[in-house]
Design a protein around this ligand. Structure first.
Ligand code: KG4
Ligand code: ZN
Length: 355
């Protein structure tokens, strides 16, 4: 069956994967290589865009070659090359995009543009038989969204964050607590020793919308730390981490369940980097069980950034000949559900190569 090589460079992971179709919504992962830049960015306490772009340039060829060799496929056996073209750091996206274009041109195969967040949702098809329709909670470093899928490649945005993404809040709070980078795993580790009832941090619910807002909980943590400093008290980092983690996970899971009830949808998918969080996984699973909803979540390697998810999303575009020309460009931002895979479809490989 069809084989796709996918490339993902939207943020701080250089990733390539070879995935083979095994059925309409079944996939065999032939290889998945992820080169993380965490160590490079750690000393800055966050991703430095220019450093990320340069590291992608250094890694992309090696990572792709390793993915091809581990999958034991030659470039001639590929049916398409998929690449993340939005949203993300523009310089980082362009490295993967230009590399994918050059490979597609050389191999004479179609180029498939993929939206990163749609990829996160599609990652759930690799290990789970997800049934339609379903609602996804996608929580990552740049996005927090609740999305409805009536088809495997159909995405309707139901709620999004008005300010910070959930992962961004984890990262910023970890920086304020000075417990390391990336913030999500650091908060999770610190929270293990803490009491999640020690502080009551806000769980913001807007009156007129299901949208999220995480800047308030972040500010509440910063104010708690400042108050402790002013009064000479010792802030209990573990308690703050546990209480913050509880507030964010409760908000994310409760809102998702509420939206699913309103829409009368009983299949829930959890996706994105924050889905690596054990409390969030457990909370959403429990609330799903209480409501007789089916709950699907992937192994952590398919929650955080990877290229398998990009390949999986691309197969559905492949079915519809939604191929891009070599004039495909990257975009720093594009809301999930608002992405048109190809504005000017190129129906045959010849046309791709003629450009
Ligand atoms: O999806 P992802 O790998 O990259 C983006 O598309 O942004 O998500 C990265 C985000 C970061 O903010 C990171 O702190 C968060 O996911 N994250 C976690 C955990 N592991 C990663 N947040 C909470 N708990 C975790 N265990
Ligand atoms: Zn991501």
């Amino acid at each position: 069956m069809a084989i796709i090589l996918a490339i993902e460079t939207s943020c701080d992971e250089t990733a390539a994967a070879v995935v083979e179709r095994a059925g309409e919504n079944k996939f065999e992962v032939r290889s998945s290589i992820v080169a993380s830049q965490i160590d490079l960015h750690r000393k800055y306490g966050g991703v430095v865009p220019e450093v990320a772009s340069r590291a992608h340039v250094e890694n992309i060829q090696l990572v792709t070659a390793e993915a091809m060799s581990e999958a034991k496929v030659s470039i001639r056996e590929l049916d398409a090359i998929a690449v993340t073209c939005t949203p993300g750091l523009i310089g980082a996206l362009l490295v993967g995009l230009n590399y994918a274009k050059a490979l597609a041109f050389t191999a004479g195969v179609p180029l498939i543009p993929v939206h990163h967040i749609e990829g996160h949702i599609c990652a759930s098809y690799v290990e789970n038989a997800v049934k339609l329709p379903f609602i996804s909670l996608v929580a990552s470093g740049g996005h927090s969204a609740v999305v409805l899928s009536k088809e495997y490649d159909d995405f309707v945005l139901l709620a999004q964050t008005r300010d910070d993404a959930a992962g961004e809040a984890f990262d910023k709070v970890a920086r304020a607590l000075d417990i390391g980078y990336p913030g999500g795993p650091a908060i999770e580790k610190a929270a293990k020793e803490g009491n999640d009832k020690a502080y009551t941090f806000p769980q913001v619910k807007l009156d007129d919308s299901d949208d999220f807002s995480f800047s308030g909980v972040k500010t509440a943590v910063i104010n708690t730390l400042q108050k402790a400093k002013n009064t000479g008290e010792n802030a209990n980092v573990a308690d703050i981490a546990a209480s913050f983690q509880y507030a964010v996970c409760e908000t994310l899971s409760e809102r998702t369940i509420g939206i699913a009830k309103k829409r009368d949808v009983n299949q829930i998918v959890l996706a994105g980097g924050v889905a690596a969080n054990k409390l969030l996984r457990a909370m959403l699973e429990k609330k799903c069980a209480q409501n007789n909803f089916n709950f699907f979540v992937s192994s952590i390697k398919y929650c955080t950034d990877n290229a398998v998810m990009i390949a999986v999303r691309a197969f559905f575009s492949f079915d519809k000949n939604q191929f891009a020309g070599l004039d495909l460009n990257a975009r720093a931002s594009c809301k999930v559900g608002h992405f048109t895979p190809v504005e000017k479809p190129v129906e045959t490989v010849e046309k791709v190569c003629d450009k």
